[in-house]
Ligand binder design. Structure first.
Ligand code: GTP
Ligand code: MG
Length: 328
């Protein structure tokens, strides 16, 4: 990241001191932030066409590519394979769930956890805030968690308990987890738009939004508002994917279920958010309560076949069922 910090916006082609000032006023302060910005907002801030905004964003991305911070647009398949080897993966706390994810939650991707209330989405997010801080050799990211809480369900006490039960310094874990309570969808969009600087400042490798959809569902009721809701959600998810790629962080989103009462066979639950969610999330994990335990099912993954895993929730957060039996 050092070179990106040295490179100022005004060092880029086409960015005069006045343009730089306007970008700063709009909260776009670094080359990384410009590279992750959306063309519409850059066009609006600078009063230029969308094409011109694209050029500026592209120039930021090229500068990052030249300094080796962002992958070149075209890679040989061999380089692409090499790049995948460099992705970071973080353990979920359960070996079985890690195996389902082929190693854990991944950077440069959006992992969606969806399921009914009590299915363990928030508990998994809390566990990840602890495991992400572990060393790489222990399956962590050696980085910190940033938790965007839309439902007021983040509990520092629970984080403390999970860390302590796992033998990790709980005070350290709490000190290195950053929480932001958001109150409405515009607030969420504002926070996500400005999250880049906090990712760098706080050494964040895991960005959680729990839950991504509840605010939109609550605010956009009625059929006539559906198109706007989907557009706003689409923009938010695009931004999150760019953040995941440009800052090399794992984005984890929780999503609620939408029940299909007219379904007579099979599971009547499906994830909320329709095609917009389906197309934006890299991995979609369906969590279900099975008695006292939980089942995770992976669907729609670019390289995982349909598969299932079981896990449990204890004082340690997410664990394998055998761990729970052993009293873990
Ligand atoms: P919604 O946000 O309501 O949609 O549900 P969710 O999927 O986020 O559920 P959550 O992760 O909050 O799971 C709640 C369940 O986790 C509870 O029903 C308990 O079974 C379990 N749980 C929560 N806290 C603890 C705890 O401290 N210890 C143990 N053993 N289990 C817990
Ligand atoms: Mg929850």
């Amino acid at each position: 990241m050092a070179e990106a910090l040295v490179l100022a916006l005004r060092d880029l082609d086409g960015i005069s001191p006045t343009v730089e000032e306007r970008l700063h006023d709009a909260g776009i302060e670094s080359v990384l932030e410009l590279a992750a910005a959306l063309p519409e907002e850059v066009a609006q801030v600078l009063g230029v066409s969308k094409e011109r905004a694209y050029e500026l964003i592209y120039s930021a991305q090229t500068a990052l590519m030249d300094s080796g911070l962002l992958d070149k647009s075209f890679l040989s398949a061999l380089d692409a394979l090499e790049r995948r080897k460099n992705l970071l993966k973080c353990t979920t706390g359960s070996k079985s769930l890690d195996a389902l994810l082929r190693g854990g939650v991944e950077t440069q991707a959006i992992t969606e956890l969806w399921g009914e209330y009590g299915s363990g989405k928030t508990q998994l997010c809390h566990t990840l805030c602890v495991t992400c801080q572990l060393s790489r050799k222990d399956g962590g990211f050696e980085g910190n968690g940033l938790y965007i809480d839309t439902e007021s369900t983040f509990r520092p006490e629970r984080l403390y308990q999970i860390a302590e039960a796992r033998g990790v310094d709980p005070t350290m874990v709490l000190k290195n987890t950053f929480v932001c309570r958001v109150y409405n969808s515009s607030h969420l969009e504002f926070i996500v738009k400005n999250v880049g600087k906090y990712i760098e400042k706080y050494n964040v490798r895991l960005l959680i939004v729990d839950s991504v959809i509840s605010l939109y569902r609550g605010e956009f009721t009625g059929r006539e508002t559906l198109a706007e809701r989907q557009q706003r959600l689409n923009k938010l998810l695009h931004r999150l994917l760019r953040i995941a790629e440009i800052y090399n962080v794992a984005v984890v989103l929780t999503n609620q279920v939408q029940s299909q009462p007219d379904m007579f066979f099979g599971d009547p639950n499906k994830p909320s958010g329709g095609h917009v969610m389906a197309h934006s999330c890299t991995y979609r994990i369906y969590l279900k309560k099975i008695g006292q335990d939980r089942k995770a099912i992976i669907v729609d993954s670019p390289y995982h076949p349909y598969s299932e895993a079981t896990f449990s929730i204890t004082d340690k957060g997410v664990v394998d069922i055998e761990d729970k039996r052993r009293g873990g």
